[in-house]
Structures are given as structure tokens and as C-alpha cells.
Design a protein around this ligand. Structure first.
Ligand code: NAP
Length: 317
């Protein structure tokens, strides 16, 4: 059986696309990958998603979006995409544990995963003082002392943003030189609330049993370890878009983000659309992802409608 639309990924982009396609009677099949619900399931309370004046827990928001899509007939399947043949339509997907899936249109919303340090205490304390998103979680740290790890533009931006709430933000970076652009560095250096711990490698995140209490770092010259007491640690060492499975098949930038025709979700392969963080290194917000999910659904629907119109005129001639 060939489906009209298959959606890969169940973050805000994929689920919004599913709601729109299901309501348009496109009977979308949605493949839930290794992180069902996407990055929002790693946060606690979401206060900046419009429509929830009291805020909503990230996992709850994703669960609600899924139920909304199911209500209109979206079908969810759990699996890992191993290969996609986009050389001709219908596209063919190899998904572990399933028969091959064929589809007329494909929406890629596999998101991006924040890079993590991989040190002890990090995973266990996600949402308990460890975060990868200052915009999402900064508000919870009013008058607190924070650490931001990283030396790129993201780290500078997150640190600057966090000074709106925190009493002090210390940037911990593994080298003496920052990778960030000069303007972002200058802005951070001019911010009196920002302090620096350069040339230090994070070794372990410590907790008081309930929440983060310190980051232990090692000085790269002396090898000595030092404990930086903190109420929260923001890891800002970059993101990896989840595009490995389409490498060499779809146009992407040098970091692996999918390229779309500006103002649309069209990739370079007709009938394949990309939405959410997998094509957005800049905004990376739930609401922007959801917005592009809506766009992808409409682009897919109109693409099939356009084809139907063409087929119909052929029949007449
Ligand atoms: P990035 O430029 O790749 O920087 C990542 C930083 O994290 C680097 O300083 C790197 O250290 C450090 N790092 C990476 N892995 C690490 C590890 N395992 N342990 C410790 N430190 C580690 O990533 P980004 O800052 O997210 O920026 C990504 C892109 O988005 C860039 O092109 C950036 O310009 C752009 N961006 C722009 C803006 C803006 O203009 N407003 C804001 C955010 C992002 P090293 O330096 O030692 O490699």
C-alpha cells in the first residue's frame, strides 16, 4: 500500500504536520524515532508556547499534540529509519522491524539533538538544573548563579540572555580562545554579570540529591580540579541535526541542516518536505517548529493536489 504522506519525527513540527494532514484526510503515517516527542520531552515547564497562560509541561504538550493528531486519524508507528530511496516516487522507506513503507510525499521533521558533554551527572540531572535551552528554562533561575558551557555563539547568546534572570553567569570553555564571533564575544565581555573560566574541561556535574549544586572542572595546564558552585548548568556546545540517513540524498549545509527553498518547506527532491529544527539552526523554538510543520503539511497537500490536477487534464485529452 502506498501512503499519501509519511512524517518522520514526533516533535512539534512532525505532530503539527500530522494534525493538518489528518484533518485534510491525507491519513498520515507518523514514524516515532528514538526520541518520541523530541527535545521538549527533555524540558520541564514550557511557558512560552502560546495558548497556555499557566504554562504546560513539555512532555504533556507533546502528548496532547499526539492525541490531537490521532483524533483525526493519524497513525503512529515506532521505528528507526534505516534507509530512504528518494530516486523515484513512491518513495521507499526501510524502517527497522517493519515491512518497507511506500509514500507519495515525505515530511522530514527529525529535529536536532543538542550535543551533550557526556560527563557523569549530566544525564541524570537533565531538567533538575541541567538544560540545553536558556530561552526555555532561564526564567526559573531568577537571582541564581549559573554556568554556561561552551565557547561558540550559542554559549555567548545563552549567557547574555541568562543575565536577565541570574545574579551571575560563568562561562566555562575548554580553550583560552573563544570560537564565537567577535561581536558576540564583545557583548559577553561587556556584560558585568558574566565571569569566565577558560581553558577548563568539565569533568563532573554534582547534585545535592534534588538538583544541581556544582560543576567540577579540570584546568588544562595544571591538571588541577576545581569545583564551581552553581544552581544550574546550561550546556551550549552545539546541535546536531538528525539527517545522517539522508546524507548525499538531500541538499544540506556544511553542518547537516537540510536546505529548503526560502518561504517554503520544499527540499531539492520534489515531494520531500522538511520542517522544524532539522532545517532551522537559527530559531529552534517549539512554536517556530510547529509553524513550519503546518507549512510542510500544506506544501505536501498542495503538491498532491497539483499532481491530481495534472493527471485529470491528461485523462481528458
Ligand atoms: P559551535 O560554533 O560549534 O560552538 C560549539 C562550542 O562548544 C565550541 O566553543 C566548542 O569548543 C565547544 N564544545 C564542543 N564540544 C565540546 C565538548 N565536548 N566539551 C566542551 N566544549 C565543547 O556551536 P554553536 O555555538 O551552537 O553555533 C552553531 C552555529 O550557529 C554557528 O555557526 C554560530 O555562528 C551560529 N549561531 C549564531 C548565533 C547568532 O549569531 N546570534 C547564535 C547562536 C548560534 P571549541 O571551540 O574548543 O571547539
Amino acid at each position: 500500500m502506498t501512503h499519501k504522506a509519511v512524517i518522520l519525527g514526533t516533535g512539534p513540527a512532525g505532530l503539527t504536520a500530522a494534525v493538518y494532514l489528518a484533518r485534510a484526510n491525507m491519513e498520515p503515517v507518523v514514524i516515532e524515532g528514538p526520541e518520541p516527542g523530541g527535545q521538549l520531552t527533555l524540558t520541564t515547564e514550557v511557558e512560552n508556547y502560546p495558548g497556555f497562560p499557566e504554562g504546560i509541561m513539555g512532555p504533556q504538550l507533546m502528548d496532547d499534540m499526539k492525541k490531537q493528531a490521532e483524533r483525526f486519524g493519524a497513525e503512529f508507528k515506532r521505528g528507526w529509519v534505516e534507509d530512504v530511496d528518494m530516486s523515484e516516487r513512491p518513495f521507499k522507506l526501510k524502517i527497522n522491524g517493519m515491512d518497507d513503507v511506500e509514500t507519495d510525499t515525505l515530511i522530514i521533521s527529525t529535529g536536532a539533538s543538542a550535543k551533550m558533554l557526556g560527563i557523569p551527572g549530566e544525564k541524570e540531572n537533565m531538567g533538575k538544573g541541567v538544560s540545553t535551552c536558556a530561552t526555555c528554562d532561564g526564567f526559573f533561575f531568577r537571582d541564581k548563579k549559573l554556568v554556561v558551557v561552551g565557547g561558540g555563539d550559542s554559549a555567548m547568546e545563552e549567557a547574555n540572555f541568562l543575565t536577565k534572570f541570574a545574579s551571575e553567569v560563568q562561562i566555562v570553555h575548554r580553550r583560552n580562545e573563544l570560537r564565537a564571533s567577535k561581536i558576540m564575544q564583545d557583548r559577553a565581555k561587556a556584560n558585568e554579570k558574566i565571569t569566565w573560566a577558560l581553558n577548563k574541561t568539565p569533568v563532573e556535574m554534582e547534585s545535592d540529591g534534588m538538583k544541581i549544586s556544582a560543576l567540577r572542572v579540570k584546568d588544562n595546564d595544571s591538571g588541577e580540579e576545581e569545583v564551581i558552585e552553581t544552581d544550574g548548568i546550561f550546556v551550549a556546545i552545539g546541535h546536531n541535526p538528525n539527517t545522517e540517513f539522508v546524507k548525499g540524498k538531500l541538499d544540506m549545509d556544511d553542518k547537516g541542516y537540510l536546505l529548503v527553498e526560502p518561504g517554503t518547506t520544499n527540499t531539492n527532491v520534489e515531494g520531500v518536505f522538511a520542517c522544524g529544527d532539522v532545517q532551522d539552526a537559527k530559531y529552534r523554538q517549539a512554536i517556530t517548529a510547529a509553524g513550519t510543520g503546518c507549512m510542510a503539511a500544506m506544501d505536501a497537500e498542495r503538491f498532491l493536489e497539483g499532481e491530481a490536477a495534472i493527471d485529470w487534464s491528461h485523462t481528458l485529452s
